[in-house]
Design a protein. Structure first.
Lengths: 288, 288
């Protein structure tokens, strides 16, 4: 496995692979890798096949963090991450600096952004107003640098995956997007790099997101008619906030294609939530 | 020469060329071709070489027109245009419909835009607030569909060419941008598809833009010290508006890299202007 740090070296390699007809599978990450990421790398490995190549990028992208967010304390451990990538089957790790990715930004010489103006407005976009603009911009850049045939994203960031799919389709990127399922701890907590912010007490309370989702799924299956989403939301909020350090940011029922709020919850309705556990904001989602 | 109308067919061809290592030169146009466009196609032909391919796109992009602008009456003559492309050395003409380029837009299912937020604000961006967002978006799409190695733009749309260069650099598109010189009529009028809106009297007055530019160039060469830009602007405005149907929209002196307004005009300062001749808005520019 090889580590590439410069944009121009990475793009040069990508152009060579393209000319040789090598299939490239790509997994963009912010590092702090856990089993969820590694499942994406293994999926990318399968999709690339034995003759193809797997590229993992490790880059904590500043433009997707708000001014009051955890950019500075976001966990970073490159040596561990790159070893995990190697074990999971990556051929290349792209590990650029901010100066490589956004040259001249501090002097105002970076000025182009990719914006998705519909699906990115609700939920995470409402809570984090410049978040998705940072995500779509960095992913567009990474696609142009790595030139992948396939890119793998995790379903845990469901809205992100949907926004990226819309961007790829709207801007005609010749990249196939694969969304791989959320990987969970044994108690149901969705794997996330931010889980390591939780202290022992908070960690014990954090599985309540998944329990709330399962509760909603069961109710929908058992229901004789459509459930009122507002009522179900209140019920889930109550269930979640029984945990002393948990506070709901949002619980949202919606159509997974259009992201329009669903007044009724039924099979196929999507449920997503963001919950503060202590100061740590956790998200989770699933179809009902 | 072959005409391709669907996005998927064009992108499939482009992916094949890429795999075969074929060099692709690209000229995006809105049709209504004149000698200026054809000089770009011939330049693209040279840059592609004998083994390479030249693609010209002909697409009147709705997202770069304002609601009160000339989208509907913009001149269209595909048969003439494609014949001119062939003669100038094009191998492929990409001629998509709006439904191909912006599927689902009228139903709100198109939602991704590329925005440049610095260089695109002044001049044409001030006069036409959503213009450059439409330009950067469609050019990003066309780059992803045609996958060119080189793209050729005209210097007449100087701000457009600069915004595109910034977009390509910021978003890491693996495309080399070439800017080719403005082609002029014998009386100095910069070639433009919009010149055909001019009646005989207006056409006779339209070369005043170029005369004003030459006037400024001579003054700068002759000047013993830096010229006050505000004074020179008033002088040019007066000169231009001596033509009975001409009305200045803007006359702007600026640094061609940063687009910052230049308080003093000197060699290297860039001069750009927009002038209504009757109801037709003409633009021109040159370095001093």
């Amino acid at each position: 496995m090889r580590v590439v740090k410069s944009v121009s070296a990475m793009q040069r390699l990508a152009l060579q692979w393209r000319r040789r007809g090598v299939r490239v599978s790509f997994v963009p990450t912010m590092g702090a890798l856990h089993e969820g990421h590694l499942s994406l790398v293994r999926r990318a490995r399968k999709l690339a096949g034995t003759k193809g190549l797997v590229v993992v990028s490790i880059y904590v992208n500043p433009t997707q963090f708000g001014p009051a967010e955890d950019l500075r304390r976001y966990p970073r451990d490159f040596n561990r991450d790159s070893e995990l990538c190697r074990e999971a089957g990556a051929d290349f790790v792209f590990f650029p600096t901010d100066t490589e990715m956004y040259p001249g930004k501090s002097e105002g010489r970076y000025s182009t952004y990719v914006v998705e103006e519909n699906l990115s407005r609700a939920m995470e976009g409402e809570a984090r107003p410049t978040h998705f603009r940072g995500v779509t911009t960095v992913v567009a850049k990474l696609f142009n640098i790595v030139l992948p045939d396939i890119a793998v994203f995790g379903a845990k960031d469901f809205q992100q995956a949907t926004v990226i799919q819309r961007m790829v389709s709207d801007l005609n990127f010749p990249v196939k997007i694969v969304v791989a399922p959320t990987v969970r701890e044994r108690d149901g907590l969705a794997m996330s790099s931010r889980n390591r912010y939780l202290d022992e007490q908070q960690r014990a309370q954090a599985p309540v997101l998944w329990r709330a989702i399962q509760h909603a799924q069961k109710k929908v299956v058992a229901a004789k008619r459509l459930l009122d989403a507002e009522k179900l939301r209140s019920e889930l909020k109550k269930l979640i906030e029984q945990q002393p350090t948990a506070r709901v940011d949002y619980v949202h029922f919606f159509d997974p294609q259009t992201f329009m709020a669903a007044p009724k919850a039924t099979r196929g309705t999507h449920l997503a939530m963001a919950v503060f556990v202590g100061k740590t904001r956790l998200i989770d989602n699933a179809p009902l």
